[in-house]
Design a protein around this ligand. Structure first.
Ligand SMILES: Cc1cc2nc3c(=O)[nH]c(=O)nc-3n(C[C@H](O)[C@H](O)[C@H](O)COP(=O)(O)O)c2cc1C
Length: 79
């Protein structure tokens, strides 16, 4: 079984683990990542961390890593 969310087809549950890494200066990107996490949690195992609070050693534990960053002055934030 699968579901289409705004044209994106999400396939039924698997054991895939997805990591969402975000940076959010004023909170908008975090909010979007939280919505993404909530929606995808129905199908996948999702963990979500702030870029500055992540242990790089866990990156190999995931099948897919999603990055969420705002655009500031036509680039990602330099921090
Ligand atoms: C100082 C500053 C510079 C920005 N520069 C851009 C930009 O170059 N291009 C763009 O599309 N949005 C730009 N934005 C809009 C932000 O990308 C947008 O508000 C984003 O949602 C902020 O995410 P955050 O709340 O997670 O920090 C800028 C916002 C700020 C405050």
């Amino acid at each position: 079984m699968s579901e289409s969310v705004k044209g994106i087809v999400i396939k039924e549950a698997s054991t895939s683990k997805i990591l969402i890494v975000y940076h959010s200066g004023s909170g908008s990107t975090k909010t979007i990542c939280e919505v993404l996490k909530t929606r995808l949690s129905k199908y996948y195992i999702i963990d979500m961390y702030n870029l500055f609070h992540i242990d790089n050693n866990i990156l190999n534990n995931y099948d897919l890593i999603v990055f969420g960053f705002p655009t500031y002055h036509c680039q990602h934030q330099n921090q």
